[in-house]
Design a protein around this ligand. Structure first.
Ligand SMILES: Nc1nc2c(ncn2[C@@H]2O[C@H](COP(=O)(O)OP(=O)(O)OP(=O)(O)O)[C@@H](O)[C@H]2O)c(=O)[nH]1
Ligand SMILES: [Zn+2]
Length: 376
């Protein structure tokens, strides 16, 4: 065997069979059925604000590779005129949220109003714990600062700092805090959350003055699913980055395991960094030698959420016992639950529906582009 210089057109094992091409990369901003709206990175695309309606390559489907809002993807075979493409690859996720279903979120923007409606500490605590349970960064903003005198704002700032959080004061009406917030949101994917009426919509409109018409048009098309917890959509921020406003995030059910609750309180994390409880599995209620129990403000909230968490876990355990019984019964009776749906008919139906919805989306895109042409 001799070592020879490689022939330029000889193909060896391990060689790349494709020429060196940079794949088109983008972020999935909305999902509808099996179609994905992908915002491409602006570089090297022949159109501006490239938003393509994409399908998912069969290979991904076969692999069971789900594509979520927030996913960073490669897009192949762009059809620039028709604004269509195909997702060929999903890049590894940094994070994954279940509700809303979202990939790569970096932080949660939690908005409460200083007034109208007034801050309700227990409710704020609940939102904070919910946010903490995702393991994402929490950015807490208090809005409508124009309605409340400076000394009252300072009282809230001091009070919430004992909870372990810094606050940013905002007033959309006075444009206060907006620049600072924009910085915190830049180059990140942020999920906005907060109770109704705190001014979240006003804030988003203010942050994104030219809320992207195309993305907005996506909202219109997705209107049906818009107010369900399953729907989520990303808006592009002026300093880069995306913001998701998701109605589904507004009812924070604390489905947290009792043993995980303590880590959702900065006050407890802080106490446990300084000292340890006598028992490893301390729930910080009335156990002897507990390092957490004390007269800190939110301890009452912790106890209350713990009761909820224990009740929820008990409920789950009972349900899983019931499911086990059901499984046993079903086994004994044989496969009587099979073939409820005629799978073939169902598949044909759903394919036809997909074709229809694709046709509708394509029409929508055409209308949009025509409108844009008329405007510009
Ligand atoms: N004084 C004052 N009012 C504000 C400010 N921002 C919003 N508002 C008012 O608060 C009210 C609610 O604002 P929205 O933006 O609809 O609040 P939201 O959080 O989106 O409410 P939902 O749609 O119910 O979720 C409106 O009347 C706004 O004009 C602000 O900075 N200062
Ligand atoms: Zn303890």
């Amino acid at each position: 065997m001799s070592f020879e210089a490689k022939d330029s057109d000889q193909v060896l094992a391990g060689d790349r069979l494709y020429p060196n091409f940079e794949p088109l990369q983008g972020t999935v901003v909305a999902v509808q059925a099996n179609y994905y709206w992908v915002r491409l990175q602006e570089t090297e695309t022949p159109i501006s604000s490239p938003l393509l309606l994409c399908t998912r390559r069969t290979r991904l489907k076969k692999m069971g590779q789900r594509v979520m809002v927030g996913d960073r993807v490669y897009v192949e075979e762009p059809d620039w005129a028709g604004r269509r493409g195909a997702i060929s690859h999903v890049l590894p996720r940094q994070s994954e949220l279940d509700r809303p279903p979202m990939a790569n979120a970096d932080q949660i923007l939690l908005v409460f109003a200083l007034a109208e409606p007034e801050i309700e500490p227990y409710q704020l605590s609940r939102f904070l714990v919910k946010a903490e349970s995702t393991d994402l960064e929490v950015c807490l903003c208090l809005s409508k600062s124009d309605l409340v005198p400076i000394d009252e704002q300072a009282r809230w700032r001091d009070r919430i700092s004992t909870w372990g959080y810094e606050v940013t004061f905002l007033s959309v009406h006075q444009g206060k805090g907006i620049a600072e917030l924009n910085q915190r949101l830049s180059h990140k994917i942020t999920v906005a959350s907060g109770p109704s009426g705190v001014g979240k919509s006003s804030l988003i409109n203010h942050l994104i003055p030219s809320v992207d018409v195309r993305v907005n048009a996506v909202s219109g098309k997705l209107a049906k699913g818009r107010h369900t917890t399953r729907h989520v959509e990303l808006f592009e921020l002026p300093l880069s980055g995306f913001l998701a406003d998701t109605p589904g995030f507004n009812q924070p059910d604390l489905f947290i395991a009792p043993q995980d609750l303590a880590s959702c309180f900065p006050e407890i994390r802080h106490r446990l960094a300084e000292a340890t409880c006598q028992f490893n599995d301390c729930w910080h209620r009335d156990e002897p030698g507990c390092a957490v129990r004390g007269d800190w403000e939110r301890y009452e909230h912790y106890l209350s959420f713990l009761d909820d968490a224990i009740a929820y876990q008990t409920h789950l355990n009972q349900q899983s016992d019931r499911d086990d019984v059901l499984k046993l019964k079903t086994k004994r009776k044989g496969a009587q639950y099979e073939a409820r749906l005629d799978p073939k008919k169902y598949r044909q139906e759903s394919r036809r529906m997909q074709q229809q919805s694709l046709q509708k989306l394509t029409d929508d895109m055409k209308n949009l582009m025509e409108n844009e042409d008329n405007e510009g």
